[in-house]
Design a protein. Structure first.
Length: 397
């Protein structure tokens, strides 16, 4: 049995921890954590040294570790991890039998009982993402559990813990057979090209599956659709398949052009009939106003934080102004799909940004529907930040 480091909870956070709050950070503990190895077991106690929970030490941008068990004599070992992954897979069995969707999340960190690790499934291939060296210290236990619980073609991993702020880029293949890339997966019948061997991002964000389907099925027919911060054009593909008269995809990254062309092509869509623009989105908004361009549907899904030569964008500070830019080029009775994955504010505050943006542009609006994370992205009610995705379909009146 590994020696456990005793950590004292800050008095004002004790009730949160007792109710199942899983994240340890420098504000909610009073013990300074020094000389603890990555993955070292931490035993959290109250001011009277009474047991609260146990977890592991792992520095990541969110904190210093995760609590995993509220049972004092439960070991954090292979059996513990096996049971967590087994339970997660069992809850998602219906995804495995869905021929129209072959990409989904199998294990969602703290939502499935082990913060710092996620596992995604891509048509027989598993991708494990480690968010700290502490989480990675359990890689053998996770790998063994996957070997015993699943049949797979291959396993890839991404070490998302920073070295001087950069993704640790190396060959991410772990075992099994390597696919030929792109690996084609399906999502509600739409095909996407996936690259498990090419940096931190694989080609599509799985958490937007329901939003993409909704855009395809209910918001695209005969519409001119603008997709900003378009990445590989997944929203544009769904809009085109839903009968959009024209899609315009705008992203600053040079590679977005070839990636978007590829996504259109594998779905049998003539990419030359669509507009794919490599440009700073903020510059494009100004161009659209100048040329009096307008759209029936505008999709806003910016990163939480982005920097270009002329702009620094922070969702928490700048989303309202981004919305104002979108409102200016959205047709009357058109739809803005406003989305953010920023976990530092909730849906109520997000709706406040929407309200202020319309008030400041003397406009009226109606929120038609809202989305948060899909069911495979399991979250914890005790840890609100885990439910980070906020999407609102807004009608401009």
């Amino acid at each position: 049995m590994t020696k456990e480091k005793i950590v004292k909870a800050s008095p004002k956070y004790i009730q949160h921890f007792l109710k199942g709050f899983p994240l340890l950070n420098k504000e909610n503990v009073t013990t300074s954590i020094e000389n603890v190895q990555d993955g070292g077991i931490l035993k959290l106690v109250d001011t009277h040294d009474r047991f609260i929970a146990k977890g592991y030490f792992g520095l990541q941008n969110k904190g210093i570790g995760w609590l995993l068990s509220w049972k004092e004599h439960e070991e954090i070992d292979k059996e513990f991890i096996y049971k967590k992954i087994q339970a997660a897979i069992n809850q998602r069995l219906h995804f495995y039998y869905n021929e129209d969707t072959t990409a989904f999340r199998v294990f969602n960190g703290e939502g499935d009982g082990f913060g710092g690790v996620t596992i995604d499934y891509f048509d027989g291939y598993y991708l494990i993402q480690w968010y700290s060296k502490g989480a990675y210290s359990f890689h053998e236990e996770v790998m063994e559990s996957l070997r015993e619980l699943t049949e797979y073609k291959g396993i890839y991993q991404k070490k998302r813990f920073a070295q001087e702020g950069k993704y640790v880029d190396e060959d991410d293949f772990v075992e099994g057979t390597r696919p030929s890339f792109p690996l084609l997966v399906k999502e509600n019948g739409v095909q996407f090209a996936i690259y498990l061997n090419d940096g931190a991002m694989v080609g599509v964000f799985l958490d937007q599956r329901e939003v993409r389907k909704r855009i395809r099925d209910s918001y695209s027919e005969g519409k001119r659709v603008l997709n900003t911060f378009s990445y590989t054009g997944a929203f544009s593909v769904c809009a085109a398949l839903g009968g959009a008269s024209l899609t315009t995809s705008v992203d600053l990254a040079n590679r977005s052009l070839s990636k978007t062309i590829e996504q259109f092509s594998i779905n049998g869509i003539d990419y030359e009939a669509q507009d794919i623009i490599v440009e700073d989105v903020f510059k494009y908004f100004k161009y659209a106003v100048k040329k009096q361009l307008s759209f029936d549907v505008v999709i806003l899904d910016p990163p939480s934080f982005a920097r270009s030569k002329k702009h620094t964008f922070s969702a928490a500070k700048d989303y309202k102004d981004l919305l104002k830019e979108a409102i200016a080029i959205t047709e009357k009775n058109g739809t803005i799909v406003a989305s953010t994955n920023c976990s530092t504010f909730n849906m109520k505050k997000f709706k406040g940004f929407i309200d202020t943006a319309f008030k400041e542009t003397n406009g009226k609006y109606k929120i038609l529907e809202e989305y948060s994370l899909p069911e495979d992205f399991k979250t914890l009610s005790q840890y609100k930040q885990s439910d980070y995705l906020k999407v609102a379909f807004i009608r401009k009146l």
